[in-house]
Design a protein around this ligand. Structure first.
Ligand code: GLU
Length: 333
């Protein structure tokens, strides 16, 4: 990888992982396409003025739809970003990624990377061959954010639809719309406007964790619903889950048999985190459920998917006691 060194512009490495942004239509159907089929160089060729924003180099880490992302890909990506960020001839890193699990990859990188250099993730809702594909505009906006000095020290940023989101808060909210990414509780960190990049607020604190060894421990998410019984809790424990995240009803709640089975799991050393299937609001300790008595952790503003990522990293780092896990969740609020 050589970043053009004669460039007076910021030097940005684009790491491609796949997704719709690199999707090409095939003959299956009018709406069908293959994620990850188009290389990043080809995508960037469709971005007007890209070479006036930055000196750009390209690398491919993966070429997959992000539903197939694994912790092995997370590790490869985190390692590569850490190595690149340590180089004096690299000013920022831009990651292209499918939108489905972008928020999880973003949060994993946010928790485990400590670089102050901008690391920005972009994707697209429409494949590169679609009429009005949103990829080129998102790539351009992502480059502008990555090239901007105010983007330093903000952790991993997600940029789509001219909106800049923080890794802890961002979530995909729509299956189809280009404005799919939102930060429901706290709002976006900033915008890309006709005048440039404008930040509105600082991101939340980072938990300052190291990149843990692979593979990450199994942590299951259990989605609560009316009439739920303990079957899925028992199945998760039998499958060897070292942690369980409850996507609870309301304030991270669940039917009595579920809570009893989770308390039993917690007594046997399984980490149990209560999050909520509600898109807004925190899950707080000891409101409807007695976390102190049961040995549970309350997820605060973490969605179930984000809570799972944090819990995996904590368990892999040897942080297993409920009070230590709770402290780490609280530190990231
Ligand atoms: N499911 C694919 C992925 O997440 C395509 C969706 C997208 O990128 O928007 O990579």
């Amino acid at each position: 990888m050589t970043v053009p060194s004669s460039s007076p512009l910021p030097r940005i490495v684009i790491l491609a992982t796949g997704g719709t942004i690199a999707g090409a239509a095939d003959a299956r159907s009018k709406g069908g396409y293959n994620a990850g089929a188009v290389p990043a160089e080809t995508l960037m060729a469709a971005v007007p003025g890209a070479t006036e924003i930055a000196g750009i180099a390209f690398e491919t880490v993966a070429a997959i739809g992000s539903q197939d992302i694994t912790d092995a890909v997370w590790h490869a990506l985190a390692h590569r970003i850490a190595v690149l960020a340590a180089r004096e001839d690299v000013d920022a890193i831009l990651v292209t990624h499918g939108t489905d699990t972008m928020e999880e990859t973003a949060y994993f990188l946010h928790l485990t990377l400590s670089t102050q250099k901008p690391v920005v993730m972009v994707g697209a809702m429409r494949p590169s061959t679609a009429l009005s594909g949103d990829g080129p505009a998102n790539l351009r906006a992502g480059l502008m954010v990555a090239a901007h000095p105010d983007s330093r020290g903000r952790g991993i940023l997600v940029v789509l639809n001219d909106t800049i989101h923080g890794a802890r808060d961002v979530t995909k909210t729509s299956t189809t719309q280009v404005e799919t990414f939102q930060s429901p509780n706290l709002g976006p960190l900033g915008y890309v406007t006709a005048n440039g990049v404008a930040f509105l607020r600082a991101p939340g604190a980072r938990a300052a964790l190291q990149l843990p060894p692979a593979p990450l421990p199994r942590v299951s998410i259990l989605y609560a619903h009316a009439g739920m019984d303990a079957l899925l809790v028992e199945a998760a424990i039998a499958a060897g889950a070292r942690g369980v995240v409850l996507a609870g009803v309301g304030d991270g709640n669940a039917a009595r048999p579920v809570l009893e089975a989770l308390a039993e799991a917690a007594r046997s050393g399984v980490a149990v985190v209560r999050a909520s299937r509600c898109p807004l609001g925190p899950v707080l300790r000891n409101i409807e459920v007695s976390d102190d008595a049961a040995g549970f952790v309350a997820a605060g503003l973490h969605s179930p998917a984000k809570a799972r990522v944090l819990l995996q990293v904590l368990l892999a780092s040897g942080i297993t006691a409920p009070d230590a896990i709770q402290a780490a969740f609280d530190r990231t609020e």
